[in-house]
Design a protein around this ligand. Structure first.
Ligand code: UD1
Length: 419
C-alpha cells in the first residue's frame, strides 16, 4: 500500500487548473442509462470513483469508451442488477437506481452500509420512489425497487439532516420517464443537481426548478443521446484555495466556477486572505496566519461539509479560537485526532469542534480515514515542521485528480512511496 510523504515548509505559487466535478460526473454518467442512444460527456475527472461507475455501467451492458477526459457511453440493452463487488466500493453507486427504475421499471443494488463519516441511509431515496408508485424490498443485502407503471407524484425529500443530494438526483432521473408530473419538495439545490438537470434536459427531459428546493419534472416517453461538459469541481477548487492559504504566496485557479464557492470565498476573506475572482478564475494571496472563523456546515448555498476537514487544517494555525459546527454529517470528525497528532489543539463537543490555533503544526505519521480527511492531512503537512507521512492514500485517489502532481507543480514537495 502506498503512502505519501509531505515535506513541510515549501511555498506554493502559480496557476492550477481545476478538474471536472466528481459529484456531478457520477450521476451524469449514471443518467446515460436512461437512453439507448450514445451520450458524450466531457471533463470527466480521472478518479477511482469514476472508474468504478464506468465498471458498473459496463457490467450493466453499456458500451463505454474513454479518451482522456471524454467518455462515450451507449446503453443499448441493459441489465437491472448492479454487481455487489463494485457497488460496495463506492456509495454513490446507489445513483444507478433512479435511471434503471425510470427505464426498466426495476433496479437492484446492494444496500449501502454505514461509512466512516457516519450512517448513510437511503430512506429518502426510497420515499421518493414510492411517490412515483414504486415499491421496494430488501433481500440478501440488496435493495430492489420496482413498479408496474411509474406514475408522477409529489415527494418531500428533506430529512432531519436536510435535503439529500443523491436522493434528489435519483428521484429526478426516475421521474423523467414517469407518466405525468412529479414534484420534488425539499430538493437539494447543489450545483451538481443543477448540472445533472441540465444534462437530462439536453436528453429531452422536462425539468424546471433545479437549484431551488422545488423541482418539477414532467415525464416524457423517452430520452435521447446528448453531449455535455461537467462543471468544475468546487470542492477541489476550495481545497486548492485552502492549500494556498496555508502555504501560498499567490495561487490562481483556472477553469473554476467562483459562483459555486460563495461561502468558502467569504470565509477565507473573513480569515484575512486577499481574493480576486473573475469569470472562471480565482486568485488567493496569502499573508500568513488566518484570523479565527466560526463556521456551520449546511446544504448549498451554505458552507459545504466536504470542505470542513480542510478548514480544520487551516484554522489549526489561526491566531485565536475558531469553531466549526457540522450539521450535515454530525459524526464527520475522524481527521481531528490525526490533526491533534500533528500538534493541533482541537476539542470536540458533540458535533462542533473548537480549534485553538497554534503557531505551527509538527509533522507526524497520520492515517487518512476518508477522502476529505486525506486532503486535510496533506494540507496540514504543507506547512508543518518536518515530513508528514500520510497513510491509506487510496482515499485521495477516489476524489482528487492528480492532486499531488498539481500541488507539486505549485511548489509543494509531496512524494508517493510504495511500502
Ligand atoms: C453527496 C455528496 C457528498 C456530500 C453530501 C452532502 C456525491 C457523490 N456525494 O452525498 O460528497 O458530502 O452530498 O453535501 O454527490 N440522508 C438521510 N437519508 C437518505 C439520504 C441522506 O437521512 O436517504 C442524510 C445523510 O445521512 C446526511 C444528509 O442526509 O446526513 C445529507 O446526505 P446526502 O445529501 O444524501 O449525501 P449524498 O448525496 O450521499
Amino acid at each position: 500500500m502506498d503512502k505519501m510523504l509531505v515535506h513541510g515548509g515549501h511555498r506554493l505559487s502559480g496557476t492550477v487548473r481545476v478538474s471536472g466535478s466528481k459529484n456531478s460526473a457520477l450521476p451524469i454518467l449514471a443518467a446515460t442509462l436512461l437512453t439507448r442512444e450514445p451520450c458524450v460527456i466531457h471533463h470527466v475527472p480521472d478518479l477511482s470513483d469514476i472508474h468504478y461507475m464506468l465498471q458498473i455501467l459496463s457490467h450493466l451492458g453499456a458500451q463505454v469508451e474513454r479518451a482522456s477526459g471524454t467518455v462515450r457511453i451507449q446503453a443499448d440493452h441493459i441489465l437491472t442488477t448492479a454487481p455487489y463487488d463494485i457497488v460496495r466500493k463506492m456509495r454513490a453507486s446507489v445513483c444507478v437506481l433512479g435511471p434503471l427504475l425510470g427505464r426498466e421499471k426495476e433496479a437492484t443494488v446492494s444496500l449501502p452500509g454505514g461509512c466512516v463519516i457516519g450512517d448513510r441511509p437511503i430512506d429518502l431515496h426510497l420515499k421518493g420512489f414510492e411517490a412515483l408508485n414504486a415499491a421496494h424490498r430488501v433481500e440478501q443485502g440488496n435493495v430492489k425497487v420496482f413498479a408496474g407503471r411509474l406514475i408522477g407524484g409529489t415527494a418531500n425529500l428533506r430529512g432531519k439532516l436536510g435535503p439529500t443530494v443523491l436522493g434528489t438526483d435519483n428521484v429526478m432521473m426516475a421521474a423523467c420517464l414517469a407518466e405525468g408530473t412529479t414534484i420534488i419538495e425539499g430538493a437539494a439545490a447543489e450545483p451538481e443537481v443543477v448540472d445533472l438537470a441540465n444534462f437530462l434536459n439536453k436528453m429531452g427531459a422536462k425539468i424546471e426548478g433545479a437549484g431551488t428546493e422545488r423541482i418539477i419534472i414532467e415525464g416524457v416517453r423517452q430520452l435521447h443521446g446528448a453531449e455535455h461538459a461537467v462543471i468544475p469541481d468546487r470542492i477541489e477548487a476550495g481545497t486548492f484555495l485552502v492549500a494556498a492559504a496555508i502555504a501560498g504566496s499567490e495561487v490562481t485557479l483556472r477553469r473554476c466556477a467562483p459562483e459555486h464557492l460563495g461561502c468558502v470565498l467569504d470565509q477565507l476573506t473573513t480569515a484575512g486572505f486577499h481574493i480576486e475572482s473573475a469569470a472562471d478564475r480565482i486568485t488567493l494571496r496569502s499573508n500568513g496566519t488566518p484570523s479565527p472563523l466560526h463556521i456551520t456546515t449546511e446544504p448549498y448555498p451554505g458552507f459545504p461539509t466536504d470542505m470542513q476537514a480542510q478548514m480544520c487544517a487551516l484554522l489549526s494555525r489561526a491566531n485565536g479560537t475558531s469553531t466549526i459546527a457540522e450539521t450535515v454529517f454530525p459524526q464527520r470528525f475522524m481527521h481531528v485526532s490525526e490533526l491533534k497528532r500533528m500538534g493541533a489543539e482541537i476539542e470536540l463537543e458533540g458535533s462542533t469542534v473548537l480549534i485553538h490555533g497554534v503557531s505551527r503544526l509538527s509533522a507526524a505519521p497520520v492515517m487518512a480515514s476518508d477522502l476529505r480527511a486525506s486532503a486535510a492531512l496533506r494540507l496540514a503537512g504543507l506547512d508543518a515542521d518536518g515530513i508528514t507521512e500520510v497513510n491509506r492514500v487510496y482515499h485521495i485517489d477516489r476524489g482528487y485528480e492528480s492532486i499531488d502532481e498539481k500541488l507539486n507543480a505549485l511548489g509543494a514537495q509531496i512524494e508517493r512511496v510504495k511500502v
